[in-house]
Design a protein around this ligand. Structure first.
Ligand SMILES: Nc1ncnc2c1ncn2[C@@H]1O[C@H](COP(=O)(O)OP(=O)(O)OP(=O)(O)O)[C@@H](O)[C@H]1O
Length: 263
């Protein structure tokens, strides 16, 4: 266990050897005007690991994701993705972000297939026209998230859980090595959550690094290899079982819930 540490509880890769971090955040500080959203946040996650991000509403989780993506500029601190800058990772298509549902314009006239194809933009040549291999990658990604039947539907006409799966499919089509998911299970039924969890575990087994904000503490051990308690910075980075101990949850939520998995 590492309290306020920037290193994973086990930094070993799937092959058992120590790997350089896929995500490395060092001493990030972010203000929105007077609001201090991140206060020296440091975190490192290795390839092939699923890391749960646990914190109260307003604790800075979305700000952390946006800072990792490079869309929020920090006042201080650094972000490295696969050893390079956020901008490089975005340009190469090696990082993919599944935002909270409220942050997406669902009226946008794009089909599910179009949304998933946006993941291929970094792979298109100078003609910017999708080729057979891009269509094949989109088909395969849609199949993996079980949305092939709904590929032609406008994205806003999907259910909440299906929309989240469409965005995960975009990351798969993109062949992203780092996936950031902001509460993908909010409003999702148990079966869809189980399907998504299985899929994320498969992606991690292929070496993808996944940082996932979730309020579902009961499912954390099944979902994640490691987790962090977060309140503007990392309070505790440990195994999921350690994180959901009541005395540790009290660190992030300010109350002792008395029962680890149901806070
Ligand atoms: N654009 C903004 N302008 C001003 N304040 C902001 C802005 N975005 C977020 N904040 C504030 O920054 C803090 C962190 O917000 P953030 O959205 O990162 O938290 P969060 O942990 O993702 O919350 P939630 O679990 O509710 O999604 C909050 O106090 C929030 O009100």
């Amino acid at each position: 266990m590492s309290r306020a540490s920037s290193s994973a509880p086990s930094g070993a890769s799937a092959s058992g050897t120590a790997a350089s971090p896929a995500i490395e955040v060092d001493a990030l500080t972010v203000h929105y005007g007077e609001v201090l959203a991140l206060d020296g946040a440091s975190l490192a996650i290795s390839p092939g690991r699923v890391c749960g991000l646990i914190g109260m509403n307003g604790s800075g989780k979305s700000t952390l994701f946006k800072s990792i993506m490079g869309v929020v500029r920090p006042d201080a601190g650094t972000v490295r993705i696969l050893g390079g800058s956020s901008a490089d990772a975005r340009k190469r298509g090696s990082v993919s972000y599944v935002p909270q549902s409220e942050q997406v314009d669902w009226d946008f006239p794009l089909s599910v297939r179009d949304v998933v194809m946006t993941g291929r933009y970094g792979h298109l040549g100078i003609t910017r026209r999708p080729k057979a291999r891009d269509h094949a990658a989109v088909d395969a990604a849609l199949e993996r998230v079980e949305l092939s039947d709904l590929a032609g539907r406008q994205i806003g006409q999907l259910s909440g859980g299906q929309r989240k799966r469409a965005f995960v499919a975009r990351g798969i089509a993109q062949e992203a090595q780092v996936l950031l998911l902001d509460e993908p299970f909010a409003g999702v039924d148990t079966r869809s959550q189980a399907t998504m969890t299985r899929l994320l575990r498969e992606l991690a087994a292929q070496g993808v690094c996944i940082l996932i904000a979730t309020h579902d503490l009961g499912s954390l051990p099944e979902l994640a290899d490691e987790a962090v308690l977060f309140n503007r910075r990392v309070l505790l980075h440990a195994s999921p079982e350690e994180i959901i101990r009541p005395e540790n949850l009290a660190l992030a939520f300010g109350i002792d819930t008395g029962k680890g998995a149901a806070a």
